[in-house]
Design a protein around this ligand. Structure first.
Ligand code: ADP
Ligand code: MG
Length: 246
């Protein structure tokens, strides 16, 4: 589903991602772990081309982006890859003046030119899926953080992505609200969505991930099933990281 080859990212002199090679299969749930500043967000942002990688290539489904492409080819590749990837951030970027259902309808209507009645039906079923059928006409200011994040997930799903990227989706939430968001994500995983999740929720990582990727200093240090990673981390860095969590 996703393949990154020799992907690097520099910000001026600073190399944030070093020669990343990564393959993720369809229906796979990857949890990306690593200390703060290790390049996790930058990696997710490169995958949906919110950041322009400095070298390498990337395939998402049947869309290909290669650093050596011409500007015109890249522009088309960016569009194709964005179509296939949904992203949910730590802070919920909902439109404050739109209701929950309008927030979910807006991208299909404006980007995909889907008719309003059809967009409404899609949005209604997605809000039901994230447990918010009864909040469809409510504005974001009247929703809790957990509810807002679930609307944001429905909003991403409305574009029918082939892969969902989550960047610390529960880090801004009060502890009592993280569970409802994690359970929506878990359900999405069970439904077969391909996902890359950056999170500090180790229980979610242990229970839901098929694969753990551990990064530090812009390098993938370890890649293992959760049972192996948590029981027997191979590198000293990973051991230290896990030790600091407990
Ligand atoms: P993480 O998500 O693992 O905490 P980030 O990907 O956010 O790590 O950051 C990795 C490194 O890249 C950090 O040193 C950060 O300061 C740097 N960085 C991230 N974005 C930018 C940017 N737009 N310009 C310059 N440096 C950046
Ligand atoms: Mg980050």
């Amino acid at each position: 589903m996703i393949e990154l080859r020799h992907l690097s990212k520099q910000f001026d002199e600073l190399t944030v991602l070093h020669d990343i090679d990564l393959r993720i299969r369809s229906n796979e749930i990857v949890v990306l772990l690593g200390p703060s500043g290790s390049g996790k967000s930058t990696l997710l942002r490169c995958i949906n081309l919110l950041e322009d990688p400095s070298s390498g290539s990337m395939q998402v489904g049947d869309a290909l982006w290669v650093h050596t492409m011409s500007a015109a080819e890249k522009k088309k590749a960016v569009r194709e890859i964005r179509k296939r990837t949904g992203m949910v951030f730590q802070s919920f970027n909902l439109f404050p003046h739109l209701t929950a259902i309008e927030n979910v309808m807006i991208a299909p209507m404006t980007v995909k030119q889907i008719a309003k009645s059809q967009a409404y039906e899609i949005a209604e079923s997605l809000l039901a899926k994230v447990g918010l059928a009864d909040k469809k006409d409510v504005h974001p200011s009247r929703l809790s953080g957990g509810q807002k994040q679930r609307v944001a997930i429905a909003q991403s799903l409305a574009m029918e992505p082939q892969i969902m990227l989550f960047d610390e989706p529960t880090s801004a939430l009060d502890p009592e609200l993280t569970g409802e968001v994690l359970s929506v994500m878990k359900q999405l995983a069970l439904d077969g969505m391909t996902m890359i999740v950056v999170t500090h929720e180790m229980k979610f990582a242990k229970n839901v991930a098929n694969h753990i990727i551990f990064m530090s200093d812009g390098v993938i240090q370890e890649e293992a099933p959760p049972e192996t990673f948590f029981a027997q981390p191979k590198t000293e860095r990973a051991r230290k990281f896990l030790h600091q969590l407990t």
